[in-house]
Design a binder for this molecule. Structure first.
Ligand code: XMP
Length: 322
């Protein structure tokens, strides 16, 4: 396992970092083509923009709509990038992802199914079609740390795991952000001139909303957690927290609607204060904000009868639920 060096946000020379990475990307790709998958998250947005700066039209950017993204995400992300002159092709692949996730309940098996569907089934085919030999990816140091430590298998970490992407999938992976943590990535996003709505966004995990459904991931459960996520993000957008999310629990609990007993779903809200996601503490949100979220979720989503707020730090918790 290769040990990564860390570039700290506080002391980094952002201009020099960008120049070096643009140079490295150009040198690796030569006259060839590279492709990358944009998810709309901070890391993939920054790497897309950096790659575009280095390669221009020789970088082809896809947005793989896996069906487990947030509400309207594919359209919004593609439109935002079009606005800054980066064309993005949206590929609808939701059926493939849901069928790969069918019947799986173990968190690592779910992550693995998403990885395999993404890299082998969907993206691998696009790479072959495009004749690109390079895949540009926004892996950051925290992804590597947590995978190496065996905490979570981050779907974008291969080499550190002893997997040769050339052998496994037929292409080479370039990871220009791998020495940075989230705060460093944001600095690069800022220096690249991206709108704050892109680099200042709260982090979002590679396995998307599947990381927030405990147990089997189905289209119905994703639809539910998608609505709860939209409500939570809207309610907390002005709170200066590192990240906030809604989780759909597998267990159901007794509740009541229209004076009748119902057996309904539970949503857990998490809101985190953190610098770099390695450790985190729950944000001390005002109680009326929490009550507002609970009321809106139970009013808008009939299946949900209970909403809770996480009060545990990372560790022992992690930020996401799976
Ligand atoms: P955890 O849940 O491990 O998350 O405390 C730490 C940070 O990483 C994000 N996260 C991921 N990001 N691929 C990613 O690119 C993943 O598989 C993944 N899993 C978690 C999470 O949202 C948090 O910011």
């Amino acid at each position: 396992m290769r040990k990564m060096k860390e570039i700290k946000a506080g002391t980094m020379n952002v201009r020099k970092f960008m120049e070096d990475k643009v140079h490295d990307i150009r040198e690796a790709v030569g006259d060839g083509l590279a492709i990358n998958a944009l998810s709309g998250g901070v890391d993939s947005s920054v790497v897309t923009s950096l790659g575009h700066l280095a390669l221009g039209k020789r970088l082809k950017t896809y947005f793989i709509d896996n069906g487990i993204m947030r509400e309207n995400e594919p359209k919004q992300v593609a439109a935002a990038f079009k606005k800054i002159g980066i064309p993005v092709e949206v590929v609808d692949a939701s059926k493939a992802f849901f069928s790969a996730l069918k019947g799986l309940t173990d968190p690592e098996e779910k992550r693995e199914a998403i990885t395999q569907t993404f890299y082998k089934k969907i993206f691998g085919k696009l790479v072959v079609k495009s004749k690109a030999k390079y895949l540009l990816q926004g892996t950051i140091l925290t992804d590597v740390d947590e995978t190496v430590a065996g905490i979570k298998r981050q779907h974008n970490v291969f080499e550190q795991f002893g997997i040769d992407p050339q052998k496994a999938f037929g292409y080479k992976i370039l990871e220009p952000l791998i020495e940075l943590r989230k705060d460093g990535v944001r600095k690069v996003g800022h220096a690249l001139g991206l709108p704050e709505s892109m680099f200042g966004r709260i982090p979002f995990p590679g396995p998307a909303l599947a990381a927030r459904v405990i147990g089997e991931v189905t289209p119905a459960k994703i639809a539910l957690v998608k609505k709860a996520t939209a409500i939570t993000e809207a309610a907390l957008k002005d709170v200066k927290a590192f990240q906030y999310l809604a989780i759909l629990h597998e267990d159901r609990v007794t509740g009541m609607r229209n004076n009748k007993r119902v057996f309904g779903n539970q949503i857990e809200i998490r809101c985190w204060d953190s610098l770099d996601a390695r450790t985190a503490t729950p944000t001390r949100l005002p109680f009326d904000v929490l009550e507002g979220i609970a009321a809106k979720i139970t009013k808008t989503i009939p299946e949900v009868v209970s909403v809770t707020y996480n009060i545990t730090t990372k560790p022992t918790s992690t930020i996401e639920a799976i």
